[in-house]
Ligand binder design. Structure first.
Ligand SMILES: *Cc1c(COP(=O)(O)O)cnc(C)c1O
Length: 355
C-alpha cells in the first residue's frame, strides 16, 4: 500500500495548473508570463516585475541541510499554516473524512478541517497534558485520514517523547497520516521527529521559520514528508506561494551568520524562560507555571482576568487561553527580551505592592 492511497482520489487524478515559470527553463528574453519587462519604481525592489520561482531550489537546498532531509522531501509555503491547509485538502473528502487532534492544542488544525468540511475527532491530552497514545489510537475511526500531534504542544508547552511518536506512527501505518507539528522544537534539546521519515512514509513533520528564526512576518513554513506526499501537495499549491522578498529574507536568516545569531538567541530565550518561571512562581497571584519546552509559559492564576487586565493596563499583552480544555485559569506568556520580561514582572509586582 502507498501512502497516497490515503489521499483523495480526485486530487491524485487532478491535472494541476502549469505556470509559465514552471514550464520555462533558462532563457534570456522572457516573454512567456505576461510580466512587465521593467523593474518597478525604484523603491519597490529590483526584479520584482518577474514572478518568483514556485519552489526556489536554493532555499529548498538550504532547508534540506538544516532539517536533514532530501530537497524532494520538502515543501515550502506561506507559513506552516498553509501546509496544514494543503494536507487537509489533499487527504480529507468533504462530508466524509476526519482529522484527529488532542486538545488543548493549536487551533488551526480544527479550523482547516472546518473549512474543508472534514470532521474533527478529539482524543484529549491526559491531565498533566502528556499525550495518551492509547487514548489517541482508541479514538481512531476509518474516517480519520490525518492525526495531528503538536510537540512541544501549543498552548501547554509539553513535549511528546520520540518513542511515543514512533509507537503512534507504527500503529497508523496504512490507516492515517501522522502530522507532527514542531513549530517550537528548536527551543528544546529533543531530537526532531524527522528521523521517523526514513522508516515511515506516512509521517509528515511541520517546521517553520516564524518562531526560532524570527521570520513570522515573512511567512515561511515547511513540510517534511515522503517525496510522493510532497509531489501530491505541489499539485494543489498556489502557483507562486513565496514572495521574492520572503525568499530573500529566509536565505539571509539561514546564512551561517543568521543561524549563529538564531542559536544565540534561542539560548538566551531558554535562560529567560527558566528565570521568568522562577520569578512568576514567587508571585502570590500565580498558582502554577506549566513545564515548557517552547518559547512561552502557560501560567495558572488565582484570577486570570485580573492578571490579564493588570498586564494590559501596563501595556503588556499576553494570550488568554482560558477557553482551552484544562486551562480555564491560564494565560500564555511568550518569553520576550530580558527588558520585556522585566516589564511584565514589574507590572505584576506593582499590583502585589498596591494590594
Ligand atoms: C505558530 C505556530 C504555527 C504556525 O506557524 P507559521 O509557520 O507562522 O504558519 C504552527 N503550529 C504551531 C503549533 C504554532 O504555534
Amino acid at each position: 500500500m502507498s501512502v497516497l492511497d490515503l489521499a483523495r482520489a480526485d486530487i491524485r487524478a487532478l491535472t494541476p495548473y502549469s505556470s509559465a515559470r514552471m514550464e520555462a527553463s533558462g532563457g534570456r528574453v522572457l516573454l512567456n508570463a505576461n510580466e512587465s519587462p521593467w523593474s518597478p519604481a525604484a523603491q519597490a525592489g529590483e526584479g520584482l516585475n518577474r514572478y518568483p520561482d514556485p519552489q526556489p531550489l536554493a532555499l529548498l537546498k538550504r532547508l534540506a541541510v538544516l532539517y536533514g532531509v532530501a530537497p524532494d522531501q520538502l515543501l515550502v509555503g506561506r507559513g506552516s499554516d498553509e501546509a496544514i491547509d494543503l494536507l487537509v485538502r489533499a487527504f480529507c473528502r468533504a462530508g466524509e473524512d476526519a482529522i484527529l487532534i488532542s486538545p488543548p492544542t493549536f487551533g488551526m488544525y480544527a479550523v482547516a478541517a472546518a473549512i474543508q468540511g472534514a470532521q474533527v475527532l478529539h482524543a484529549p491530552l491526559a491531565e498533566d497534558f502528556s499525550l495518551d497514545a492509547d487514548a489517541l489510537l482508541a479514538a481512531l475511526t476509518p474516517a480519520v485520514k490525518l492525526v495531528f500531534v503538536c510537540t512541544p504542544n501549543n498552548p501547554s508547552g509539553n513535549l511528546v517523547p520520540l518513542p511515543v511518536l514512533e509507537r503512534i506512527a507504527t500503529a497508523l501505518r496504512g490507516r492515517a497520516l501522522l502530522v507532527i507539528d514542531e513549530a517550537y522544537v528548536e527551543f528544546t534539546d529533543a531530537p526532531s521527529a524527522s528521523v521517523l521519515l526514513a522508516r515511515h512514509d506516512h509521517v509528515a513533520v511541520l517546521r517553520t521559520l516564524s518562531k526560532a528564526y524570527a521570520l513570522a512576518g515573512a511567512r515561511v513554513g515547511v513540510l517534511l514528508a515522503a517525496n510522493e506526499v510532497i509531489a501530491l501537495l505541489r499539485r494543489i499549491l498556489a502557483p507562486y506561494p513565496l514572495p521574492a522578498g520572503s525568499v530573500a529574507a529566509a536565505l539571509a536568516a539561514l546564512s551561517p551568520d543568521g543561524i549563529a545569531q538564531a542559536r544565540a538567541r534561542i539560548a538566551l530565550l531558554r535562560e529567560q524562560r527558566e528565570w521568568l518561571r522562577e520569578r512568576l512562581l514567587e508571585l502570590p497571584d500565580v498558582n502554577a507555571v506549566l513545564p515548557s519546552a517552547a518559547n512561552f509559559l502557560c501560567v495558572r492564576w488565582r484570577d486570570p482576568a485580573v492578571a490579564y487586565a493588570t498586564l494590559l493596563h501596563a501595556g503588556v499583552v499576553v494570550r488568554d487561553v482560558t477557553r482551552y480544555r484544562g486551562l480555564s485559569d491560564c494565560l500564555r506568556i511568550s518569553v520576550g527580551t530580558p527588558e520585556e520580561n522585566r516589564a511584565l514582572l514589574s507590572a505584576l509586582q506593582a499590583r502585589v505592592e498596591a494590594a
